[in-house]
Design a protein around this ligand. Structure first.
Ligand SMILES: Cc1ncc(COP(=O)(O)O)c(C=O)c1O
Length: 445
């Protein structure tokens, strides 16, 4: 926004925006407004600079308004602002798809572009069900999600997701034929674990139980976040994802990794699939793909999945799905620039380098007031706090407010505070963010 967007921002304007995932009444009474961002910092309307402890919403690994991305978007809007992706195409979208497939180490994959993580998830679910049908296995329609999973807010995403508050109001609208694996978080077994917990690989065997219950011939796909981010950095037990992969393969079930948070370097590797050395059949991505400068997401699909659709007369559409803004030229331009920057500046290596710095720092909070658990993987970490009796989710908000007033913007959800700093952060900035969190915990106690 140009100029001072807060000038004259009075009650009518505050009232008009029904904000997403926000306690609107409290917010409108105590607005927290961000007016600009540069590098790893936001500037608030009151002039305070705060360290962006969650890379926006897990989506700005390069920090804010990096020159290269800004210039790429500026050039693009002046050259080709929009181009239809139905029966037409612009060259940069094809080259981006090819680049992303190579970046993922899956050069034969096809990339379907969308505009958000939620759309990526719903697209992947549709591809999975349609794939089986195209191959003559039309009874394979059931999707298996996981408790505590967050897969966005589309009807498919909330159906396979496992966060009760995102689901309970919408039960009649949810897609039928979904089941859930148990989540893998057990503080008694894995409290204060650093990186992957040793306990819990056996929980993947629950998939065998669901296969026995429903029969493989009725199951299309399993969708999981390789590392659960939004629900509080739930790290998969060692060996768990490999076991899921084996069971899916044995039964002809597609495995979908929702990499909307982990894709493009968060774990210090291009995708979490690389980190865990487990290749799924479909990968969803969004957020960091273009540093969130313009909404963009997508689905990587293996060649055999794509090929299954390529039957029938060549003049007919093979997959009746897509969005007006699929492969929007501005989003695509931002993604090319983001990939250039990630690769040339070796920023994924830098995320890998910062990961142990964050791990050391965050675990030093053990024993601080309110701390109930600490977890980390890659350049992501979470601290659980003890709830205020009878007032769920209040404590983490109190800690958040204390942190914000001290110069750190973390993320709070439920009883969890999460950190996922930009890859451009320095070691001192990462340590300093944790020190601010320490002060915030003490102040909120
Ligand atoms: C794993 C995962 N999937 C999907 C989404 C939804 O993405 P969006 O908010 O862009 O729709 C998110 C958002 O945080 C996510 O973490």
């Amino acid at each position: 926004m140009i100029g001072d967007p807060t000038a004259g921002l009075g009650e009518p304007a505050l009232r008009a925006w029904w904000m997403p995932f926000t306690h609107n009444r409290h917010f409108k009474a105590h607005p927290r407004l961000i007016t600009s961002g540069k590098g790893a910092y936001y500037t608030l309307a009151d002039g305070h600079r705060v360290f962006d402890g969650l890379s926006g919403l897990w989506c700005c690994p390069l920090g804010h308004s990096p020159d290269r991305v800004v210039q790429a978007v500026q050039r693009q809007v002046a050259t080709l602002d929009f181009s239809p992706s139905f029966q037409m195409g612009h060259p940069a979208a094809f080259s981006l798809a090819e680049r992303i497939a190579r970046f993922a180490g899956r050069p034969n994959d096809r990339v379907f572009f969308v505009n958000s993580g939620s759309e990526a998830v719903d697209t992947a679910l549709k591809i999975a069900v349609a794939y089986h049908r195209a191959r003559g296995e039309s009874s394979r329609t059931r999707i298996i999600g996981r408790e505590r999973g967050y897969h966005g807010v589309g009807m498919g995403g909330i159906s396979v997701g496992g966060i009760v508050s995102n689901r309970k109001m919408f039960a009649p609208l949810m897609i039928p034929g979904v089941d859930h694996l148990p989540h893998t978080f057990d503080p008694a077994q894995m409290g204060y674990s650093r990186g992957q917990p040793e306990w819990g690989a056996h929980l993947a065997d629950e998939l065998e139980r669901l296969v026995t219950l429903h029969d493989a011939s009725n199951i299309a796909a399993v969708i999981v976040e390789p590392m659960q981010g939004s629900t509080g950095v739930i790290v998969p037990p060692r060996g768990y994802l490999k076991r899921l992969r084996e069971i899916c393969t044995r039964h002809g079930i597609l495995l979908i990794f929702d990499e909307v948070i982990t894709g493009f370097g968060r774990l210090g590797t291009p995708f979490a699939a690389d980190f865990f050395d487990v290749q799924p059949d479909l990968i969803t991505f969004a957020k960091a793909v273009n540093n969130a400068a313009v909404p963009l997401g997508g689905v990587l699909a293996s060649e055999s999945i794509y090929d299954a659709f390529m039957s029938g007369p060549e003049h007919l559409i093979e997959f009746f799905h897509g969005y007006t803004y699929s492969a929007h030229p501005l989003g695509v331009a931002a993604a090319h620039a983001t990939l250039d920057e990630l690769l040339e500046q070796r920023l994924i290596d830098r995320a890998a380098h910062l990961a142990p710095v964050l791990e050391e720092a965050i675990h030093s909070l053990r024993g601080e007031p309110l701390v109930a658990d600490i977890r980390n993987l890659g350049l992501a970490a979470a601290v659980d706090v003890t709830p205020v009796p009878g007032k769920p989710a209040l404590r983490a908000f109190q800690v958040f407010e204390q942190a914000l007033s001290r110069g750190l913007l973390p993320r709070f959800t439920g009883e969890t505070i999460a950190l996922a700093p930009p890859f451009i952060s320095t070691e001192d900035e990462v340590r300093n963010a944790v020190e601010i969190l320490r002060a915030a915990l003490r102040a909120a106690a």
